[in-house]
Ligand binder design. Structure first.
Ligand SMILES: *Cc1c(COP(=O)(O)O)cnc(C)c1O
Length: 842
């Protein structure tokens, strides 16, 4: 036809179900399956086609279907109940935060990626899902909280596996008008724009908002007509570009992120940088204060005083560091803007690295984040330890255990990943308000009351659903790759609901060793093909587009899955995302994780599986090192590291097979035991997994830990340093300048009377002579340090006048002690002993 114009007729919601549109714009639905069902039931095909996006359903559904639903009493009844729950959630006044953290300052949380739902593909893996889950629990707990991130209009990427099992990437342009996002507006009603200079260019940024329960996520978008074609691509892809694009994205996230908060008048008294990507927010905050009249160092003290940095990367190469010429190009104007020198500013981020055989200074995002915060943490106990070791070099003279990096072990958002069927079952034994008390360990004892049959029935349902999902996905993949009728028909036989089913899904970073299972193929084949006790595996995961070794892992698994001995028993699904994740963690019997210890900072997918009653089977790394208690799953390998990676892989693979053959498989297939009251050992493990992991590794526990361990102390410290025009910050800054200047002129000499051997409890005399130069003696801590193994004990020496210090130092235990004496400057109000960064050993 000859088109002279077009018009879209939007379906109109009948008033009885009129608030479906309001609900569609709040991600409350993303952890509420009953809310999702309201949209799915309007049009299941649209629901599936558009990644379960309620806004899209309401745009595409037929008017007739809406009218029909509005006349369906059962539908309206469900709608009414969901809306009542939603209202109760949104209007709740007596939240956890109101009772436990009434003084908490509003938190601004910055992250490069957010995994909130599959329809918003602005995450690559665990880091993003963690950030999304953090937002959800911040809402659940009633925290004053706003998150800031980036709106990548092509997302991360959609993964396709071709006929050879090689990963290909597709980049779909998101249609923002069909997503549960809205542009933000000023009080005057105009769309918010913030402007940020990147290099020589002014880049304009639109700010979108995403409602996540009671909190908001602000998303920055450079894809606006005011920008050049080049600049519009700054927010095209997550982790898509080279170093040059990365540093520009970091300027956007940090600097434009702060400006977005200001433009929207969002209050913030605590700033949380999730990974080093967000570190440049410190630049903009310092600029604000410098513009208000503060000097650079006072401004920096003020900014750092209420900032928390969470590090996630235990591999040096995973921490971004930029060459100075690149930094000059994109941050070159900042020293002048901040009234400081290039040397001083870059000094806060400096990490010397061996590049092409030469030591060169680089600008490290992690080092900058550590300099611009007064609290830092890793994401599991072991990762805290690894991080302290890794960044020890920044604290010259300090022992690793003193490095001020603590830990908060990660959690996952229970409701996002727990199936409705399991929720219903848990609801039969847990208190009525259990979803608000997830972190309470005693509450979960009641899971003991669930019978074997109740658990098995729900788990079988979840498994059937997962198998149907796997087959559907495989059919789509085969059809696209032009498979024949026989291959398509064979999909009907893929996976059996009666076989022990093991899931493995995550990013295919090589340290996660996705192919470890195949190290002894013959042995694996015997396990899988045991006629009486079969075992099957479901894999999924994306490799970063530039990671060819990771892609080779995917291909290896794909090829294995095509071998006659493994066909239909080992499968690999394409396009791992939150949707695939939910299906797998809910439908498998066991979750497998075998990273190369200690490189899995935490890991979280195993938690999600445990919430659904699939026990974790994993290397004792990250969270599992803390979570495994001998009854709630199984370990792989030992609590140690290896010098030879090949030896480590062999040992871990061996342990994996042994445990699978000798413990897991027999337990899974064993009949119920009469002496255990007719209960099976398997069901007991399932119960233990749910009981122990659900509270301790709930995101709710994690966020509460952040509030108590960091957000509340930073609230207080931030207020103290900022009071009276940053008076305390100014005192600390000038004190630090003074002691740093004096330090080279100080001296310390020490002596100890040490017998050749001693008895436990015996004391030894330690003496020191100090020249404090211009530093007040009261501001010097002189101490003996006893080191036994990796652990140190610090014993202060008493001033005896005239620069002399001494103490009787007890040797508490048996063993070899190394004794040293050191001094460090300290005053009241520092965040930790190493803050001045000065330690002198005798
Ligand atoms: C939970 C989750 C992850 C993290 O998995 P790990 O095993 O912790 O690496 C990655 N991707 C998605 C989609 C997830 O839901």
């Amino acid at each position: 036809m000859n088109v002279i114009g077009q018009v879209t007729v939007l379906p109109q919601l009948p008033s009885v179900i009129g608030r479906l549109s309001e609900l569609a714009y709040n991600l409350y639905w993303s952890w509420t399956p009953q809310a999702q069902d309201l949209y799915r039931d309007l049009d299941a095909a649209i629901w599936e086609r558009f990644q379960h996006n309620p806004v899209r359903v309401l745009l595409e559904v037929s008017q007739e279907r809406l009218t029909q639903a509005a006349a369906d009493a059962e539908y309206v009844d469900r709608y009414t109940r969901v809306m009542a729950d939603f209202d109760a959630y949104m209007q709740k006044r007596d939240t956890w935060a109101s009772g436990h953290a009434p003084g908490l300052a509003p938190v601004a949380y910055f992250s490069m990626e957010y995994g909130l739902h599959e329809s918003l593909p602005i995450y690559s893996g665990g880091l993003g899902v963690l950030a999304g889950d953090h937002c959800k629990s911040a809402s659940d707990l009633g925290l004053p909280f706003t998150a800031v991130g980036m709106l990548f209009h092509q997302g991360y990427f959609r993964q396709l596996l071709n006929k050879e099992g090689w990963q290909e990437e597709a980049y779909d342009e998101l249609d923002l008008t069909t997503l549960p996002l809205r542009p933000t507006h000023t009080a005057g009603g105009e769309e918010v724009r913030v402007k940020v200079q990147i290099g020589e260019r002014d880049v304009h940024v639109r700010v979108w908002e995403l409602a996540v329960g009671r909190i908001r996520v602000l998303l920055l978008d450079a894809n606006v007509p005011e920008n050049s074609e080049e600049d519009r691509k700054l927010t095209a892809r997550l982790y898509g570009g080279n170093q040059e694009l990365r540093i520009q994205q970091y300027v956007l996230l940090g600097v434009a992120g702060i400006r977005a908060l200001r433009a929207l008048n969002v209050p913030a008294g605590v700033y949380h940088m999730n990974e080093g990507h967000a570190a440049l927010l410190g630049l903009e905050r310092v600029r604000e204060l410098v513009e208000g009249g503060l000097d650079f160092r006072t401004a920096t003290e003020t900014v750092a005083s209420n900032t928390l940095f969470t590090t996630h990367t235990p591999v040096p190469a995973g921490n971004d560091a930029f060459a100075y010429d690149l930094v000059d190009r994109y941050l070159g104007q900042w020293p002048a803007r901040l009234h400081t020198s290039r040397e001083e500013l870059y000094g806060l981020a400096r990490q010397d690295q061996l590049w092409d055989g030469h030591w060169v200074p680089t600008f490290s995002m992690t080092v900058f984040a550590l300099s611009m915060s007064r609290a830092a943490n890793g994401v599991s106990e072991l990762h805290g330890q690894v991080s302290r070791d890794m960044w020890k070099f920044l604290y010259e003279g300090a022992e690793a255990e003193e490095v001020p990096i603590g830990h908060v072990t990660n959690g996952a958002h229970n409701l996002t990943f727990t199936s409705q069927a399991m929720r219903d079952l848990l609801g039969t034994v847990l208190p009525q308000d259990w979803t608000e008390r997830l972190q309470e360990e005693e509450m979960w004892q009641a899971v003991e009351e669930l019978s074997d049959t109740q658990l098995a029935d729900v788990q079988l349902d979840m498994k059937r659903e997962m198998i149907a999902f796997v087959r559907r996905r495989l059919r789509e993949q085969l059809t696209r790759n032009g498979a024949g009728a026989a291959d398509l028909a064979a999909v009907e036989g893929v996976l059996s609901e009666n076989a022990l089913t093991i899931g493995f899904a995550r990013r295919f970073a090589t340290y996660k060793r996705a192919t470890l299972l195949f190290r002894d193929r013959a042995r694996l084949s015997r396990i899988v093909n045991d006629p009486a006790r079969p075992v099957q595996f479901v894999f999924a995961g994306k490799a970063h587009p530039a990671d060819n070794p990771g892609k080779a892992f995917i291909q290896e698994i794909y090829r294995m899955s095509q071998e006659p001995e493994f066909r239909g028993k080992i499968v690999i699904l394409e396009n791992y995302d939150m949707n695939v994740a939910r299906h797998l963690v809910q439908g498998v019997d066991i979750w497998l994780n075998n990273p190369r210890r200690p490189l899995e900072a935490s890991g979280t997918s195993g938690m999600k599986a445990s919430f659904n009653g699939a026990p974790n089977f994993s290397v004792l790394d990250g969270w599992w090192r803390e979570g495994y208690d001998g009854t709630n799953g199984w370990p792989i390998g030992e609590e140690r590291e290896y010098a030879d990676l090949n030896v480590q892989d062999d040992a871990d693979a061996y342990s994996l097979y042994q445990t699978l053959e000798n413990q897991i498989v027999p337990l899974y297939y064993a009949p119920p035991q009469a002496d255990a009251g007719g209960r099976s050992g398997w069901a007991q493990t399932v119960r233990r997994a749910i009981q122990t992991v659900s509270p301790r590794f709930s995101m709710q526990r994690q966020v509460i830990d952040y509030v108590q361990g960091y957000y509340l102390p930073l609230t207080e410290r931030g207020a103290l340093l900022a009071a009276g025009g940053s008076q305390r910050a100014r005192e600390i800054a000038s004190w630090k300048s003074w002691v740093r200047q004096q330090w080279p002129h100080t001296s310390l000499h020490a002596a100890a009377q040490l017998p050749a051997t001693a008895r436990p409890g015996e004391k030894v005399e330690v003496q020191a002579t100090v020249n404090p130069a211009g530093i007040k003696p009261g501001e010097l801590r002189v101490e003996a340090v006893l080191k036994r193994g990796d652990h140190i004990t610090r014993v202060p020496l008493e001033a005896q006048g005239d620069g002399k210090y001494s103490a009787q130092v007890p040797l508490e235990d048996s063993g070899l002690y190394s004794v040293g004496v050191r001094m460090l400057p300290e005053i009241e109000g520092l965040s930790n002993d190493l803050e001045a960064g000065l330690i002198k050993w005798a």
